[in-house]
Structures are given as C-alpha cells and as structure tokens.
Design a protein around this ligand. Structure first.
Ligand SMILES: [Zn+2]
Length: 110
C-alpha cells in the first residue's frame, strides 16, 4: 500500500501525550478560556473560531490535524492570529453576519 506523500511528521504536541479528544479543551485553556467578544467562560459552550472564516473546510480536510498544529503553536509560545475563542452565541452571530451558514436551511431560521 502506498503511503500518502503529505503525511506530516509528528508535531511536538503528540509528544506531550495529550489525546486528540482533549485538543479542544487544551487549546481553549491556553487561549484564555473565555469568549473574546463577551467574556463568557463556560468551556462547554466555547468554540475555537477561525478568525477569517474558512475554518470549516480546514476542519473537514484535516480532521484533528489543525488542532494539533494550533496546540503545538500555543505550547511553543507562538502568537496565534488565525484563531480566537468565541462562545456559541457570538460564533453564531458572527456566522450570521458573515453569512457563513452551515446549511441553506439555516438562513430560514434567522
Ligand atoms: Zn461570546
């Protein structure tokens, strides 16, 4: 079987032993654990938002890889410009304002 050419070597995040299921939690904590818009801080409703949109595509393509990269950058102290923490409300409002709908039917719900 042929190996994929673009399989990347492990990011250092994998050496930390953080499970991929915990990437989100760790990222949110490292990014301040609160919504940058309104300060909401219940981690259960906080989301990692791709500042310039297009995150969904990235997420679909890369699975947990984008989180591994982001977490790796956070752990190594790099400045994060592409992502921010938003609560579900603010993320939804942003999506509506930017017309980043998940499904066409969401437009009708607004
Ligand atoms: Zn918020």
């Amino acid at each position: 079987m042929e190996k994929k050419q673009n399989t990347r070597p492990p990011y250092n995040v994998w050496k930390t032993g953080i499970k991929s299921s915990n990437y989100r939690k760790n990222i949110i904590e490292l990014m301040g654990s609160k919504c940058v818009q309104c300060g909401f801080s219940d981690i259960r409703a906080l989301q990692i938002d791709h500042v310039n949109g297009g995150g969904r595509q990235e997420h679909l393509k890369g699975g947990h890889k984008w989180q591994a990269i982001l977490l790796s950058n956070l752990l190594s102290g790099k400045k994060i410009e592409n992502y921010q923490i938003l609560c579900a409300n603010c993320n939804w409002i942003k999506r509506v304002e930017r017309k980043e709908y998940r499904h066409p039917r969401d437009v009708q719900a607004v």
